[in-house]
Design a protein around this ligand. Structure first.
Ligand code: ADP
Ligand code: MG
Length: 276
């Protein structure tokens, strides 16, 4: 897998062509972000340049306040760069209107958050179905995709459950299923394991690894944990709004193998016996 990867030292180098290569899913070209609140300006990104190719699995690391979420928000079409270009699937989306940006986002990006962000008092099925309702997908196709996504994250039996009846790990699986139903080209996950215990974190990474390997899904995760970053193929370190390091992970950890050597937590045992 690593052999196909781009040379990360080329990312961010000056003098490369300004047109995007066809296989770059994400290209940031000297992107700046300046937040203005009243008279205060925060320069959150200082000219970030970055290429991510289809099928890459990237971890974004760096101290709090270094610009990771700002970069993810721009990549996720939730926000515009103040300056610089962002090409998504070859399109210069930095100039798109809010509405066009929303269309691109709904069709091509799946989001996973630290706090899961499921709708309370709404079944798992309905939570996962929601992006498809917005997209106007007919009922039969909606149900097919919801069930496929819940199977992909390993909780096909939970479709009638409510979020508060699920463990944290199960809620994050639902959130991943929700991120998948629109068949996005990219999954963006901002600290997806931040609220999970060690084993559950590795289980979530196993899902991401499987999506990355089997469906060639492009995945970017923000994480503070070096052990978690070792499951990805590339680590980008942010510092003070700049890319400080960008390196290939020579031999990524295999989450499936790691899980085999980890103790099973009680919550999972309860689940297997069906009394949760
Ligand atoms: P990280 O995710 O690495 O912790 P952020 O991208 O959230 O960092 O923040 C980078 C900088 O931008 C920080 O100084 C933060 O306070 C500031 N910032 C982030 N979002 C906003 C906002 N909406 N308005 C003003 N400043 C912001
Ligand atoms: Mg953040």
């Amino acid at each position: 897998m690593n052999a196909e990867m781009i040379n990360p030292s080329a990312a961010g180098s000056a003098g490369r062509p300004s047109t995007p290569p066809s296989d770059a899913v994400i290209r940031l070209d000297r992107v700046h972000k300046i937040y203005r609140t009243g008279s205060v300006e925060v320069h959150a990104l200082h000219g970030i340049s970055l290429d991510v190719h289809r099928g890459e699995f990237v971890s974004v690391m760096g101290p709090s306040g270094s610009g990771k979420s700002t970069m993810m928000n721009i990549v996720g079409c939730l926000d515009h760069p103040t300056r610089g270009q962002y090409y998504l699937d070859g399109m210069d989306v930095s100039t798109f209107s809010r509405n066009d940006l929303a269309d691109v986002r709904n069709g091509r990006i799946g989001f996973v958050f630290q706090a899961f962000n499921l709708i309370p008092r709404t079944t798992v099925l309905e939570n996962v179905e929601l992006p498809l309702l917005y997209a106007g997908i007919p009922t039969t196709e909606r149900m097919r995709r919801v069930r496929e996504a819940l199977a992909a994250v390993g909780i096909p039996e939970k479709e009638r459950s409510l979020p508060n009846q699920l463990s944290g790990g199960q809620q994050q699986r639902v959130a991943i299923a929700r991120s998948l139903v629109n068949e996005p080209s990219i999954i963006l996950a901002d600290e997806p394991t931040g609220n999970l215990d060690s084993r559950t974190s590795v289980e979530v990474m196993e899902i991401f690894q499987r999506l990355n390997r089997e469906q060639r899904m492009t995945i970017l995760i923000v994480t503070h944990e070096p052990d978690i970053a070792q499951f990805s193929g590339r680590i980008i370190q942010f510092k003070d709004g700049r890319i400080h390091r960008d390196q290939v992970v020579e031999s990524p950890q295999d989450a499936r193998v790691v899980l085999e050597n980890m103790p099973v937590v009680e919550e999972d045992i309860d689940d297997d016996l069906g009394h949760s």
